[in-house]
Design a protein. Sequence first.
Length: 121
Amino acid sequence: MAEFSTSVSDKGEISTIYLKGFLDAHTAPMLENTISGLIDSRKYSIVVNFQELAYISSAGLGVFMAFIEKVRENAGDIKLSAMSDKVYNIFDLLGFPLLYEIYKTEEEAINKFKETKNLES
């Protein structure tokens, strides 16, 4: 079975999920559990770092679609960052750039959350 792991880092109100390996139908439940845990903890500002993700299948993409509405209903968002060209092309092909903000770096995504919070206050 392909290797996959997630880890989470909290920077204030913003949580970053780091993906590593192969995200497919067999490993997608791990990502679902990670995102569910953040939502259960009322953490709705989520950045996903794809830097170490080698592959994503449609099942992996589906995980993001499953949670985005719940996150946005709670004044949050899921921002995507640090994708390889190979992974980005899959997201692009399926129209994800219309639904999600995708950034070159994790830092850019975090800064966008901070800018949004500053505008609201």
